[in-house]
Write a protein that binds this ligand. Structure first.
Ligand code: KE4
Length: 426
């Protein structure tokens, strides 16, 4: 008899394209039937057949406190009883804006929106409006949401402009975007040498998490900062994933690089639809209603999402929060690596704060080319074997994984025992 997951997936595909509301959920990369979840609590989720899993996706990053944290739920319940949205300013929006500005010195002003895509798209428009320039630079393998300007793949050569990476994106929209290689310092230097005063912005994931996890070379981020300063371009750190995930000061604090604009999402919404973009006051003042760059949103800063975010941002400030999160994440990556290598399997892993990457490869990849050369079939085999053991990793070899503060030694040991069982029979 087919599982409830299979029944629901078959039914969903009749009324929802691919049966999902976001492509990566469809398991296209790993194969098989996607898991429909009905409940989450702490480090655990339960599928439509009521099977429990230890969850290492956490809704792709927002759930740093785990599922249904009691303080977040309570705060959301109270906020909801006072009204779901007003389409008018609220004190809660002021409170979270002041909190974000206090936590990130690079952010002097911030605008709340409802998704990371909206935040990234708005930051690009703002940078273009501020500089009066059109060209932007992004990096192969980095994902900044599905705005036309950013759904772009590398052109034929480093200095040619991008081509759409999706149907429906006009060449005119993609044509202003240059796609370079992540961690390629000389490529960035050469591009700015040729086009520097035409570049409105560089947008980069300061730790890449959308081509599995790729750490930046220290010199890479420093070079981007120096080039943007030299040419009057806006350096945008897309911290939708790394924001308050890799540390309380985000990746910009970890690597001590001050961007001009920062894009945030995921953790700041605490599981509710909320994102933000912010940065230098002189740039942010170009935004309507003060400046000429238009940006708006019916549910931007709605009080329920803001309350979930505020509660989350308060709880992650607890002493030792990130030390513990980083430690438990490292226990996972080190344990998996030790187990796989003991059985002669080409496997390695790494983590930054509460996010991690798993690679079926001899060495840790440092570029898009290297990560795409990792053994995807081996990952898919591992993914499904672990899923059968009740361990839910991201359903793609090209995604990062996430740990919450509710993952403890018990969850890590159960995960490592399952991995040892799988690797010993590899
Ligand atoms: P959203 O529009 O999905 O809220 O955010 C887009 C986005 C922007 N910037 C970065 C660095 C991101 O990682 C994301 C979204 N991340 C993906 C996970 N790789 C979300 C999962 C999905 O697309 O369903």
């Amino acid at each position: 008899m087919s599982s409830r997951n299979q029944q629901l997936f078959e039914q969903s595909q009749n009324v929802i394209p691919g049966g999902v509301n976001s492509p990566v959920r469809a398991f296209k990369s790993v194969g098989g039937t996607p898991v429909f979840f009905q409940r989450g609590q702490g480090a655990y989720v339960w599928d439509a057949d009521n099977k429990p899993y230890i969850d290492y996706v956490g809704s792709w990053g927002p759930l740093i406190l785990g599922h249904a944290h009691p303080e977040v739920i309570k705060a959301v319940q109270i906020a909801s009883e006072n009204g779901l949205t007003f389409g008018a300013p609220t004190e809660a929006e002021l409170e979270i804006a002041e909190l974000i500005c206090s936590l990130l010195p690079s952010i002097e002003q911030v605008r709340l929106v409802s998704s990371g895509t909206e935040a990234g798209m708005s930051a690009i428009r703002l940078a273009r409006g501020y500089t009066g320039r059109n060209k932007i630079i992004k990096f192969e393998g980095c994902y900044h949401g599905h705005d036309d300007s950013l759904l772009v793949k590398a052109g034929s050569g480093a200095l040619t402009f991008g081509n759409p990476s999706s149907a429906g994106v006009p060449q005119e929209a993609a044509g202003h975007t240059i796609v370079l290689d992540y961690n390629d310092i000389s490529g960035a230097e050469e591009t700015f040498k040729q086009l520097g005063d035409e570049i409105a912005a560089v947008i980069v994931e300061p730790v890449a998490g959308n081509m599995n996890l790729i750490k930046p070379h220290m010199e890479f981020l420093k070079t981007l900062r120096a080039l943007c300063t030299q040419h009057g371009s806006v350096l945008i750190f897309d911290e939708v994933m790394t924001g308050f995930r890799v540390g309380l000061s985000c990746a910009q604090g970890l690597y001590q690089i001050q961007p001009d604009l920062t894009v945030l999402g995921k953790v700041i919404g605490g599981g509710m639809p909320m994102a933000a973009f912010g940065g230098r006051r002189d740039i942010m003042q170009c935004l309507a209603p003060v400046g000429a760059v238009y940006q708006a949103g019916t549910l931007s800063g709605n009080p329920v999402a803001v309350t979930a975010g505020l509660t989350t941002l308060k709880l992650i400030q607890q002493p030792g929060f990130y030390e513990n999160l980083s430690d438990i994440t490292r226990q996972l990556t080190d344990g998996l690596t030790t187990s796989a290598q003991k059985h002669g399997i080409d496997f390695c892993a790494q983590s930054v704060g509460g996010m991690f990457g798993l690679y079926f490869n001899k060495t840790i990849p440092i570029s898009f080319a290297e990560v795409t050369a990792c053994d995807k079939d081996a990952f898919n085999r591992f993914f499904h074997a672990m899923l059968s053991e009740g361990i839910y990793f991201a359903p793609s070899a090209f995604e990062a994984g996430f740990v919450s503060c509710m993952h403890g030694s018990k969850e890590i040991n159960v995960t490592l025992d399952a991995a040892e069982k799988i690797f010993s029979a590899w």
